[in-house]
Design a protein around this ligand. Sequence first.
Ligand SMILES: [Zn+2]
Length: 593
Amino acid sequence: MAIQDQTLEEIKNRIDIVELISSYVDLKPAGKNYRGLCPFHDEKTPSFTVSPEKGIFHCFGCGAGGSIFNFIMKVENLSFQDAVIHLSQKAGIELPTLRRNIQNKEYRQKGKIIQLNQVVQKYYYDSLLHSEDPLARTSRQYLFQKRGIKPSSAEQFGLGYSPADGKAIIEYLYQQGFNGNDFIQAGIGNVIKKGELYDRFRGRITFALHDSNGEIVGFAGRTLLENENPKYINSSESPVFSKGNNLYGLFATKSDIRKTKTVILVEGYMDFLSLFENQITNCVASMGTALTAHQATLIRRFAEEVVICYDSDNAGRMATFRGIDILNKKGLSVKIAVLPSPYDPDTYLRKKGREAFLEILEQKKPIFDYQLELLLNEYGSKSLESQIHIIRGLLPSINAMTDSIERSLKIRSLAQYLKIPESLIYNVLKGTRESEKKVKLFKTAQKDAIHGAIKAEKILVKFLLEEPTVRSMICDQVPAEYFSVPEHRRIYQAILSNLSEEFSLSDLINVFSGDESMSSCISALGSMETECYEMNEELIQSLIKTLKRAELRRERSILASELAQQADYESKLLIGKRIEEIDKEIQGLKTCS
Ligand SMILES: [Zn+2]
């Protein structure tokens, strides 16, 4: 994206940031800025500021910040793209214009892959219904008879079959105006030995994978052969598809999830389709056992509570444990619906029916109860050793309870359950808290040591952002590696590649299309007070020296650990020599500043 995207610029010009945020937050003027209570965290004294001059907001309490787009993303739970559309409507800019305007190169490439995916899906779907290939017949039997999928669901969710020859589809794509390279770019075409191009899903049942807007971004393919491994494969990574970035079915269920604020999380495609066909429509599938942090963020946009309903086997339990952790970290409330062995949601629904499944959902367990049950099954509760195992296993979820009444009730019931005094549990709890505190203290000491260099990075980046006149002077002297904070480095690289352009702080925020860590870093820098630093060449040179010193120190510490591990005498000498040089350089930088 060019640094000044025309449409974003137009929207920004038409929308007054103070007016926009005022409809969510009670803002009071404070000097050049406005101040209010942050809508993103609980607070009693206002630390949320809006700068109409810079077109940004920033909260000094929780670090949230950015442009109008970031604000709408956060407050309305929207993706960057949806926030742009939302604000364009508010600004009275027609959507078709918007679509035309955001067609840059990357956008066109993505659009082409999505078009190709649509064409491929049509081909797979036709093959599933009509192909005479023997495996196609098996696919039909498997999906429509054995698993009882309705034809309407097959169409809505894009089920299909990829013919076993793996070649005819390429001919078909050529007729539709695509070439082999497009097929490879989309992550479906696979070049095998001798340079021949094949469909990677050949001979498999296919599942279209949609993003939350309903565009087909990739496919999954399930083998029909008993012994073929892996059972499932996906499109390879493409500009529109990345494994673990999407949730299966979300595009069709998101409005019901939003309404109920609750999502039922299942594992597989078949689980999802079974729930959906049984009118349990606030569900998604995580597609495989490992839920990713990205998927958890996606869930957070639509739901407050997640009910995990994974397979009853060991792998399912492990996946549940990991899922709890990932979802908890995103601030979601998690419950667990436990299926009796040996069922998964799909088999349970088909065998026992909708009512029985709803009952399982009704009896969803809080994390604590679920974990206690599993730990009791695993260790029993009789011996002192097993009691300690159980307390230790439950500590993370006890610690995570923010409600102190809930916490003491749980501790009481646990003590009664294990027939031990409550004080014992409190002691174990206190022990872990104190060791956590020690680790924290150590980390702060380390932080202080590098604090000076990071502060220098901040001031330098702030000057770069706000003083176009000093940009080329800094950029001539400072390689990007000098910035140790990844966000600073990314800002610097964006500035380097747009040196000749004029842009504001909020333009730069929009370059990172809603990336939260970037927008909050830039708005923090924009809102940082630097009045005590008078910007002049001398100050800039001294900041650059501080950065260089820090970079040299980083190099030195890497070399020092290399030196400790190196056995070869000559290499030791060489490394030692370089360390000596670095020490001299560091010394030189100190004396002349
Ligand atoms: Zn805040």
